[in-house]
Structure formats: C-alpha cells, structure tokens
Design a protein around this ligand. Structure first.
Ligand SMILES: [Zn+2]
Length: 269
C-alpha cells in the first residue's frame, strides 16, 4: 500500500495548556498524517495533566498514556505519587512510567532530589512490570547508574535523545530504545546525527516532544510543534540511515509496537 507512511510519535506533551483549545483536533490531524500512535506522558505534580491525557486515551485508542514525575518537578515528588502510580497501573490506565529522569542542564530541582525521585519511580516500574520513559540531559552517566542501582530490567525509551554515543550504547545494552526528536533536523546537530547513524535500526524511535522543538521547516516560525510533524524527523533520520522514508517509518513503528502493542494498524505500509 503506498501513500502516507505509518509513523508513531513516541513522545508528545498533549497535556500542556498549548493544546487546551484543540487537543482532539491535534490527534485527528496526526491520524490524517499517518501517525498511528502517540505516547503521552502525564506529570503527576500538575493537576490538569493526567485528566487531559486520560481523556484523550479514552477518545482515541491510538493515544497511549504514561505518568510520572518529571525531573524538573522532582522537588515536589513524594510517596503519594508512587501510590497514585500504583492505582493507575492497577487499573491499566498507564502503559509506562514517565517521563522520569535527570536534567542537569536546567537544574530546576536539586540533583539529589532528582536522583531520589528517579530511583523511587524506577523501583516502582520494575515492580509493576512497566517500561520507563527516561529524560536525560547532561546526565548520561548518572542515568546509567540509576538504572543499574534500581536493578531496572524492564527497558523503555530514552526520549529526545541528546547524549553521546557511549551513553546510548550503555542504555542499548540495558534494553532501551533511543528516540530522536526534531533536534535531529537542526543545522547544528551534526554530532547527534552521527549518534543516530549508529543506533541499531531495531532500537530506533522518533518523536516530536510537542509542543516543544518543532522540526525544520517549522522551526523558528514560532509555531507550536504537534505530532503530525514527526514525519520531518523521520525524513532526516531516513536520510542519515540511507533508507527510504517508508522503510524508516516501518522500522520505528514496528519497534514501538513491540514495546507497546497498540490497536492493530493493518500491518506494514
Ligand atoms: Zn523530556
């Protein structure tokens, strides 16, 4: 079947206020653009976040929900969030724990508290049998240490990847998929494109990280990013890998479906 390649957006913050006016339309536009699944992480420290994602997941079988406390909000993390994760997991309302992780670039929460929140949520995910959606910025070695320290073996996704090849390789060994965002399309991202060229094809994913990081050619227009734009990142990644867009889309969508079986997509494109 020709036409639009089937793609998955492995990370989109459709809970954010930027989507309050047209959340469902954004998902419909993505579907029309061939985006057959969207993973949406809710942040448990923001009251409006989970209801927004849960509502979409009910309306659209192609929206998959995750939940966790983001490293930026780690200073607000406490044991009530683990209890909430337990309830969500027991009801089958979330497919992963995330996004969780470390961010030493923005440093919105002290590193020690970030590590504590990450450890507790990884331990929960391991016990619940759920994959993790990890965020890592300038914190590659501590992310590896946290995964090892928690004896976390469920794997998951390292989202919006910006770390080096050594970190990618270590996380691949630990069962993670590596997801690339619109950053891959930015002119200055040469080193990241080199990393993207080395990740095994069966561990690659693409994402938008909407509403942030609009890919070229939308970048700089002040335009909000949205899942329908994931094709631009896929196109660049296909070029790096010497693949057709269709083959790259097929591989990343298959990878995602292996990790998170979603509503049947009618097979390959
Ligand atoms: Zn993130």
């Amino acid at each position: 079947m020709g036409g639009t390649p089937r793609l998955v957006d492995s990370h989109a913050h459709l809970d954010m206020a930027e989507f309050d006016a047209d959340r469902a339309d954004v998902v419909r536009r993505a579907l029309a653009a061939g985006v057959v699944a969207i993973l949406c992480p809710a942040d448990l420290t923001r009251a409006a976040s989970l209801p927004a994602i849960a509502g979409l997941a009910v309306e659209f079988p192609t929206v998959l929900a995750a939940a966790g406390v983001h490293p930026h909000q780690a200073k607000d993390f406490d044991s009530s969030h683990i209890r909430e994760l337990g309830e969500l997991a027991a009801r089958g309302d979330i497919r992963a724990v995330g996004e969780i992780g470390l961010d030493y670039y923005y440093d919105f929460s002290p590193a020690g508290l970030q590590q504590e929140a990450l450890r507790a949520q990884l331990a929960f995910a391991e016990g619940a049998g759920l994959p993790a959606i990890l965020h890592s910025r300038l914190s590659g070695s501590d992310i590896i240490a946290a995964v090892d320290g928690a004896e976390f073996r469920r794997g998951g996704i390292l989202h919006c990847y910006t770390e080096d090849w050594a970190t990618a390789r270590a996380m691949l060994e630990r069962g993670f998929f590596i997801s690339f965002s619109g950053i891959l399309t930015f002119p200055k991202a040469g080193e990241l494109r080199e990393v993207a060229g080395k990740v095994p094809l069966d561990r690659l994913l693409v994402e938008t990280d909407s509403p942030y990081l609009a890919p070229v050619p939308y970048r700089g227009s002040g335009r909000r990013n949205e899942p329908a734009f994931v094709v631009e990142t896929a196109r660049v990644l296909a070029g790096i890998r010497g693949l057709s867009l269709e083959d790259l889309a097929g591989a990343t969508t298959r990878n995602f479906a292996g990790l998170f079986p979603f509503e049947k997509t009618g097979g390959e494109c």
